[in-house]
Write a protein that binds this ligand. Structure first.
Ligand code: ADP
Ligand code: MG
Length: 245
């Protein structure tokens, strides 16, 4: 069973000066899990994701990724980061590069992949996110939903073992939310392990295998989606759901 554990988070803490943002997070993420994280603004959701790929350095606790303690000083963070894809609310594409070059950049520069191989990979990924015909476009020529799908393809190009999404649809116009969630859901169906911070309760309910409620830097509740939404236990979760559903 334990080799199933892709990420083990143990007593994770993060402080910014005197502000305690994460106050002891414990969770195991298994291969194929689709973990949705919900919770009020400022509860530490982004900080949690950023700690998972060490964009933030934890101030306490451990993160064991595929058996390696990535919080240990001896660990090569750059190597570990390649295995962890991240997609942000803002798409952050390279504006001066075509869509295809955006997706190829990681494999070429970081993995040292040959150009024709990287191009083949990138074209396949663009196809997968429904943009097979937009490789030669520049980001500014695409809609927000299309740009976010390119950002997903770019993250996938590093062939990560887990994908982290931080409110991937929050910056989108409403009519584009669906196309992005559909791509994420398709990835989930294909067995990609992922952690998705989201305000889309319908998505959490339908696509997630587990849902976490984060509040004040701790996981206040965790359950399968049906139990989580139909029978919330913690009064703070009940209150939160009554406002967002
Ligand atoms: P969420 O994503 O749930 O809205 P965040 O993880 O972004 O919450 O933020 C949690 C708290 O940590 C907030 O009070 C925020 O202001 C604070 N915070 C986040 N990043 C930093 C930082 N780099 N420096 C200082 N405070 C931060
Ligand atoms: Mg956030």
């Amino acid at each position: 069973m334990s080799q199933d554990k892709l990420i083990q988070v143990k007593g994770l803490e993060k402080r910014f000066k005197r502000l305690e943002v994460l106050r002891g997070i414990d969770i195991d993420i298994h291969k194929g899990d689709v973990v949705a994280v919900i919770g009020p603004s400022g509860s530490g959701k982004s900080t949690f994701l950023r700690c998972l790929n060490l964009l933030e350095e934890p101030t306490g606790g451990q993160i064991i990724f595929e058996g390696t303690d990535i919080t240990s000083k001896e660990t090569n963070i750059d190597v570990m980061r390649q295995k962890i894809g991240m997609v942000f609310q803002q798409f952050n594409l390279f504006a001066n590069m075509t869509v295809l070059d955006n997706v190829m950049a990681g494999p070429l520069r970081v993995k040292g992949m040959k150009k024709d191989e990287a191009e083949k990979l990138a074209l396949g990924l663009l196809e997968r996110v429904g943009l097979g015909d937009r490789g030669s476009a520049y980001p500014i020529q695409l809609s927000g939903g299309q740009q976010q799908r390119v950002a997903i393809a770019r993250a996938l190009a590093m062939q990560p073992d887990v994908m982290l999404f931080d409110e991937p649809t929050s910056a989108l116009d409403p009519e584009m939310v669906r196309e992005v969630l559909d791509v994420i859901r398709q990835l989930a169906d294909e067995g990609m392990t992922m952690v998705v911070v989201t305000h889309e309760m319908g998505f959490a309910r339908e696509a997630a295998s587990r849902v976490l409620f984060m509040d004040e830097g701790v996981i206040m509740e965790e359950n399968g989606p049906q139990e989580f939404f139909d029978h919330p236990q913690n009064p703070r979760l009940q209150d939160f759901l009554s406002k967002v559903l």
